[in-house]
Design a protein around this ligand. Structure first.
Ligand code: SF4
Length: 272
């Protein structure tokens, strides 16, 4: 595995790694201290709004390949935090992700996760690890809409049941590090009624919300306007749920959420 290329925007640094079999995956350095790493080549969840899952899963990364995205950058960047939030679904490669997690912890790094919660059999174990945050992508509380936008994310009811069973067993401090992510997309999941239902669920579970701004990667879905985004935030906050917004790093076209790709095409690499 080797570092093939570095692409840079005003906010993010994107690292392209070539694996032994020729595939490439990406990691992103953002916020001045955080490295977002990939866990798979492609993604089995195939979210309809995400560039990373467009062609499904090619293969999972080994623990070594996950860890090496960090190891190959030691000395170049002041990395203090790992976000397991790049290409792939961490729970769908659980054994290797867990092994890499403990290697990161040996390096005194803080490690947070982004997951769809599927397969749910590993979610309970993830929530109990000494992590620095787990964000679970909900994106819709309507089974049919969630099936359309996250076709292989598993059953929503099963996910909510797992959260209802697991979260009460966690300390309040640990529960405070759990968040439900909701990616607002115009006309898809942005009605007031849906947002109210989301706030009710977050309250019932005792977790926070992360309201994500959509980085448009195809013509199928559109982001809401900045005013609508703010209105949604105020609605959730006024319902009494601690809600955070996408940072400008996560909204960046290079390396922002949903923008990482497998085997980035050579033209773009040439232009950097
Ligand atoms: S949003 Fe996450 S889970 Fe969905 S396809 Fe992209 S990488 Fe996979």
């Amino acid at each position: 595995m080797r570092l093939l290329k570095v692409l840079q925007s005003d906010l993010n640094k994107l690292f392209l790694f070539e694996l032994e079999d020729g595939f490439t995956v990406e990691a992103v350095f953002y916020r001045g201290d955080t490295l977002c790493v990939s866990t798979q080549v492609g993604c089995p969840i195939r979210c309809d709004f995400c560039a990373s899952g467009e062609n499904g899963l090619i293969r999972s990364l080994s623990a070594e390949e996950i860890y090496n995205q960090y190891a190959l950058l030691i000395g170049r960047l002041p990395i203090k935090r790992i976000a397991v939030a790049g290409i792939g679904e961490p729970l769908a490669n659980w054994r290797n992700v867990k092994e890499a997690f403990f290697r990161f912890k040996e390096e005194q790094l803080k490690v947070s996760f982004y997951t769809t919660g599927f397969p749910t059999k590993h979610l309970e174990e993830l929530l109990q690890l000494p992590h620095s945050g787990v964000t679970i992508s909900i994106h819709s509380l309507k089974e049919d809409v969630r099936k359309q936008i996250m076709p292989h994310a598993g059953d929503l009811k099963e996910l909510i049941e797992t959260l209802k069973n697991t979260l009460p067993k966690l300390s309040k401090k640990k529960r405070n590090k759990v968040s439900l992510a909701y990616l607002l997309m115009k006309g898809v999941n942005d009605s007031e009624e849906e947002l109210k239902e989301l706030s009710r669920l977050a309250k019932e579970l005792g977790v926070n919300l992360t309201l994500l701004y959509y980085n448009q990667v195809n013509e199928k879905y559109k982001p809401v306007s900045p005013e609508e985004y703010e209105r949604a935030f105020l609605l959730l906050r006024s319902a009494g749920v601690r809600t955070t917004l996408s940072t400008r790093f996560r909204r960046d076209k290079l390396g922002g959420c949903g923008t990482l790709v497998v085997n980035r095409n050579k033209e773009l690499i040439g232009k950097s």
